[in-house]
Design a protein around this ligand. Structure first.
Ligand SMILES: NC(=O)c1ccc[n+]([C@@H]2O[C@H](COP(=O)([O-])OP(=O)(O)OC[C@H]3O[C@@H](n4cnc5c(N)ncnc54)[C@H](OP(=O)(O)O)[C@@H]3O)[C@@H](O)[C@H]2O)c1
Length: 249
């Protein structure tokens, strides 16, 4: 366990930290001495793979707006310094049909579509607005995790997921304009095919055409998130950085 007291550490609030890109992001920030408050549906793991205690985990279903409001109130009570240097909106859902089939605009049930928007789009803006005073106090930064599928049709990603990510990219632009005068930077990162549980069987066919000819690693995404939250990116806001091995070219 780190011996540095919480009030001397920078604080990151990170959604969807239990696996994949979020998991790598916790490790990146923790290794740089940050306090990371994680949020996901599952409880704090007994065998937590990084240095943290249960006081640094919030169990929340981002698909439930009331639960998100409760979680924001809970987060604010856990801050020793009343400030947050970074908020990373990473959690997302990507529903699939039977046998992993893509759910297009004709098949996707509208109630499920709204649920996808609640988790992938509304929860990020609820969190940023709910924590605006703490972000402002720290002149902090927000990173929204979008996707390559927000700007093109993808063979596996469904229409609800793709449109939620396009909306999140637009939200990043709007937030950069509104939060900028408070000294808060807002950026997005748009991963391509990253080696996590969200990938579908058949991704290897896509990889054959990616210029770098490989999947990305979650750690490579985490490094870019860290850069955007650091002093190195002090004049970067309203940007969406593609992390996809050249898949967009
Ligand atoms: N992997 C890729 O190739 C790729 C490509 C483009 C974009 N992305 C984006 O990158 C981000 C992370 O992706 P990933 O592949 O690491 O995803 P993942 O492995 O599926 O992990 C998703 C995370 O979100 C959490 N989560 C899901 N629903 C939630 C809810 N209702 N409330 C709270 N937490 C919830 C999960 O935790 P619990 O299950 O414990 O709740 C988990 O920690 C997502 O925004 C995704 O859209 C990924």
């Amino acid at each position: 366990m780190t011996t540095t007291p919480n009030h001397e550490r920078k604080t990151l609030i990170l959604t969807g930290a239990s696996r994949g890109i979020g998991h790598a992001t916790v490790k990146r920030f923790s290794s740089a001495g940050w306090r990371v408050i994680t949020c996901s549906r599952q409880p704090f793991p007994e065998d937590c793979p990084w240095e943290a205690g249960p006081e640094d985990h919030i169990q929340v279903d981002l698909g439930d707006p009331d639960n998100v409001r409760e979680a924001i109130a809970d987060m604010r009570t856990r801050l020793d310094r009343g400030r947050i240097e970074a908020l990373v909106n990473n959690a997302a859902i990507s529903p699939k049909g039977e046998d992993g089939a893509r759910l297009g605009t004709i098949d996707m049930n509208t109630d499920d579509w709204k649920k996808v928007f609640q988790v992938n789009f509304f929860a990020p803006i609820m969190l940023a607005r709910g924590l605006i005073d703490e972000l402002k106090e720290a002149r902090g930064s927000v990173v929204n995790v979008t996707s390559i599928v927000g700007s093109r049709v993808h063979p596996f990603a469904g229409a609800a997921y793709a449109t939620s990510k396009a909306a999140l990219a637009a939200l990043t632009r709007e937030m950069a304009a509104d939060f900028g005068p408070m000294g808060v930077r807002v950026n997005a990162i748009a991963p391509g095919e990253i080696d996590t549980a969200i990938l579908s069987p058949g991704t290897e066919k896509i990889v054959e055409k990616i210029p770098l000819r490989r999947l990305g690693a979650p750690e490579e995404v985490a490094k870019t998130i860290y850069f955007l939250c650091s002093e190195q990116a002090s004049y970067v806001t309203g940007s969406e950085i593609m992390i996809n091995g050249g898949q967009h070219v």
